[in-house]
Design a protein around this ligand. Structure first.
Ligand SMILES: C[S@@+](CC[C@H](N)C(=O)[O-])C[C@H]1O[C@@H](n2cnc3c(N)ncnc32)[C@H](O)[C@@H]1O
Length: 274
């Protein structure tokens, strides 16, 4: 079971801050000096976010290739109404066997909220370096924590769910307690990428008036529930939601109104191939 494209396509919590950040970063990039501009979108998902940022990108782009590990996402994106210069294909960005036709192909690599699901950053950044043209650039934005995988890690330690979650026993969010800036400086250096700007968004909060909106997002991102037998699914969901609740804070504004918040510290990185 993978991320569900149909449920995730309704998730819009990042439709404001991701395009806003990209817009603020455009002055760092040399888009206008480059001919036949080609972009790679890593972990595109159902593609809605890409469509949101499209107006910020050079309108005369030559191609945008969207890649995602999950076939469900690729198939979904194939059905979305979009410019004929946008194509999509399946690719695990952590692969050790990068397809030859992707090497040295792109002027720009973009990724929104994908890297927090990954563990092997050295491989990812080395792959991105290989796929970029000389002096190619990147803009990545993603969470410093991965609540979904942290929940799986916790469930993997329970008697009931451990057999379904063996691959999460050793999971830990990449940044853990280390400074994300220091870590990214080291990773980029070893991948021959020069950092243009790195920024921590430690105060980023996803806020709704109700709990259900948050739970809908947690449900849409629950990509292992297909492993759970039907007869145990409601009990699994109860435990999953209970752990999801530990990431939320409920603030009462007055007696009637409330705000439900998820603290989602994130990081933004812009870099150029040396
Ligand atoms: C939370 S979604 C983000 C989708 C989209 N970029 C956005 O911001 O709306 C994360 C996506 O990353 C994909 N993903 C996770 N691990 C991946 C990997 N190793 N290689 C490529 N894509 C991956 C997932 O399948 C999922 O579609």
């Amino acid at each position: 079971m993978s991320f569900s494209a149909s449920t995730f396509s309704g998730v819009k919590f990042h439709f404001e801050y991701v395009p806003l950040k990209l817009k603020n970063y455009t002055k760092l990039f040399t888009w206008s000096e480059r001919k036949d501009w080609k972009m790679l979108d890593i972990g595109s998902g159902p593609g809605q976010l890409l469509l949101e940022v499209l107006s910020i990108l050079p309108s005369n782009y030559k191609e945008i290739v969207c890649v995602d590990k999950e076939l469900d996402m690729v198939n979904h994106l194939n059905t979305v109404n979009k410019d004929s210069r946008i194509s999509c294909r399946q690719l695990n960005i952590e692969t050790e066997a990068l397809p030859a036709d992707l090497k040295g192909r792109f002027d720009f690599a973009f990724s929104s909220n994908c890297l927090m699901y990954l563990q092997n950053y050295r491989q990812v950044f080395s792959n991105v370096h290989e796929m970029l043209k000389p002096k190619g650039e990147l803009f990545f934005i993603w969470g410093k924590i991965c609540p979904i995988h942290e929940i799986y890690h916790k469930l993997s330690r329970s008697d009931k769910w451990s057999i379904y979650l063996e691959d999460f026993v050793d999971w830990k969010s990449y940044f853990n307690n280390e400074s994300s800036v220091d870590l990214l400086e080291r990773i980029c250096k070893s991948a021959n990428l020069n950092i243009l700007k790195v920024e921590e968004l430690n105060d980023l909060v996803i806020e709704y008036d109700d709990l259900q909106s948050h739970m809908d997002i947690f449900d849409s991102l629950d990509h292992i529930s297909g492993r759970i037998p039907e007869s145990d699914l409601s009990e699994y969901k109860k435990d999953y939601h209970k752990l999801a609740m530990t990431y939320l804070t409920v603030e009462k504004i007055d007696n009637k109104q409330k705000k439900v918040k998820l603290h989602f510290p994130s990081v933004v990185l812009a870099a150029r191939k040396s």
